[in-house]
Design a binder for this molecule. Structure first.
Ligand code: HEM
Length: 500
């Protein structure tokens, strides 16, 4: 009899336990953190990110937990936004509450304790510097004033490709080097000495700024920073770059003095000149220090090089995979340029199909697939979920750009889909946010697009493109690099043939 009772009692107790557990979880759903996968002790959800690029792993998880998912990544509490409506909540409605940036070890070291613009905390300093971007550094006029630099450097690229017509070239490296030189000339007025060291630092920033390094997921375990070798490696390269930046600033100051002494009138200012002029002027709420100038210089060099070069490369890859698009883009360019030997930016203003190609490239391949991660400044409630202070916020722009609920045939490269739409780069429509949205949206959109357009036009105008023998377009590997930016893992090897 006792035995029979326990047979009866055990299932009832188990049922009651399940009921309470379920009720508790439901309660958590409406008042607590957003839902998410099972968390293991200590590492939490880190296991969810093993094996593929974070934006892909997060999109796959979001199939179950969208629109908003919570992950515990080691010591870091993070939410992942995966739909346009939810992105609107975070980047428009509650933009101010999530306007901080996550400050990870690499950017703290490389960017002078985040004294730049992209990673600085939201506050008066950031507001001042953002205003300087809008009114001085990255205005349409300023971007336009650099057209001769872009034209000259793209000419060099075309000449170098002409000398290798018929043989395979590494287009990835050529485009990256081009954009790095253009960014150096725009920012510091000349090609940078020690370009290799700068490129090394830019690549490290791109790799680590997303905050998925083990040292960033366990920030209180300081010894991890040394154990993994990351901190010493970062400090070593930062030390070298710091000396390069010191030299650049010293040279600029000397040149300013010479110009004053010799009464040389106004010359075209590079971005460091602008910052030094503002530093010397009274009237800034936050005086600009040399560290600020160095950190912002690194922002401009990294943003100018990495994002635009990745975009050009993806555009070329997608067009090679979609020969119909390539032909259409080339036909438009060749019709408009009508056999011109030298191409200027004014000649390419009306290339409407090319603009669609760039938009479509940025939809499928936003250079920052998770944007630049943000951080909650104050607790907020979004769609009934509690988002505590300091929660990291990842907006999966890559997943949003491929969401089949918003995009027909979402995985295909179809530039025409942007025809007759109002979708642009401003972040006003949250289903298309390659430049982010809200207060912390990209400050360099016009420069970024100018950096992409001219090289792409010229590559398509002067040459026809094919893959080395044995490689079929449909077999091109589309795997992305890991890190804050998503480039193509494999370098793009292609053969240019002359268009004449
Ligand atoms: C194709 C080119 C580019 C793309 C796709 C791009 C994309 C982005 C994205 C996604 C963000 C973060 C937005 C957010 O969190 O909502 C960002 C921020 C930023 N970008 Fe760009 N970017 C590009 C080019 C540039 C260039 C050329 C510059 C300047 C030289 C630049 C300067 C910045 C700065 C300063 C920020 C930080 C803004 C802030 O935190 O207030 N970007 N960019």
């Amino acid at each position: 009899m006792e035995l029979q009772l326990s047979y009866f009692l055990i299932p009832v107790l188990a049922l009651l336990f399940c009921f309470f557990l379920h009720a508790h979880r439901k309660k958590g759903k409406t008042k607590g953190l957003p839902p998410g996968p099972w968390k293991l002790p200590f590492i939490g959800n880190m296991w969810c990110l093993v094996g593929s690029a974070p934006h892909r792993a997060l999109r796959d998880l979001a199939r179950e937990y969208r629109p908003l998912m919570h992950l515990q990544l080691g010591e870091v509490s993070a939410v992942i936004v995966s739909t346009p409506q939810m992105a609107k909540e975070f980047m428009k409605t509650h933009d101010l509450a999530v306007a901080d940036r996550q400050q990870v070890l690499a950017v703290k070291i490389i960017l002078y304790d985040c004294e730049d613009i992209a990673f600085s905390r939201y506050g008066n300093y950031w507001r001042q510097m953002r205003k300087i971007c809008t009114l001085e550094l990255l205005t349409a006029k300023k971007v336009q004033s650099f057209h001769a630099i872009r034209e000259e450097e793209v000419c060099h690229l075309i000449e170098s490709i002409q000398s290798s017509v018929g043989s395979p070239i590494n287009l990835t490296e050529k485009i990256f080097a081009l954009l790095n030189v253009v960014s150096c000339r725009v920012t510091v007025g000349r090609r940078c000495k020690h370009q290799d060291i700068l490129i090394q630092q830019i690549k490290l920033t791109a790799l680590l700024a997303g905050g998925f390094d083990i040292a960033d997921l366990f920030p209180s375990y300081k010894y991890l920073h040394f154990l993994t070798g990351l901190r010493p490696k970062l400090l070593k390269i930062h030390h070298k770059v710091d000396q390069i930046l010191d030299d650049i600033i010293r040279e600029h100051r000397e040149n300013i003095e010479i110009r004053k002494k010799e009464n040389i009138g106004e010359t075209e200012e590079d971005l460091v000149d602008v910052l030094l002029r503002l530093q010397a002027s009274a009237g800034l709420e936050f005086p600009i220090t040399s560290n600020h100038i160095k950190a912002i210089t690194m922002d401009m060099l990294s943003a100018g090089t990495e994002t635009s070069s990745r975009t050009i490369e993806w555009a070329m890859v997608e067009m090679i995979r979609n020969p119909g698009v390539l032909e259409k883009a080339q036909a438009e360019i060749r019709r408009v340029l009508k056999g011109k030997k030298i191409v200027h930016e004014v000649d390419i203003q009306d290339l409407s199909y090319l603009k669609l190609v760039i938009k479509e490239t940025l939809r499928l391949h936003p250079p920052f697939p998770l944007l630049l991660p943000r951080q909650c400044r104050e607790e907020c409630e979004i769609e009934g979920f509690r988002i505590p202070v300091n929660t990291k916020v990842y907006i999966n722009a890559w997943a949003i750009g491929r969401d089949p609920d918003y995009w027909n045939d979402a995985e295909s490269f179809i530039p025409e889909r942007f025809e007759n739409t109002s979708l642009d780069f401003t972040g006003n429509s949250l289903e298309y946010i390659p430049f982010g949205a809200g207060r912390r949206a990209c400050a360099g959109t016009s420069l970024g697009i100018a950096n992409v357009e001219l090289p792409l036009v010229q590559l398509l105008y002067h040459f026809n493109w094919k893959l080395p023998s044995g490689i079929k377009p449909e077999h091109l590997d589309m795997t992305e690099t890991l890190g804050a930016t998503a480039g193509r893992k494999e370098n793009l090897l292609v053969i240019a043939t002359s268009n004449s």
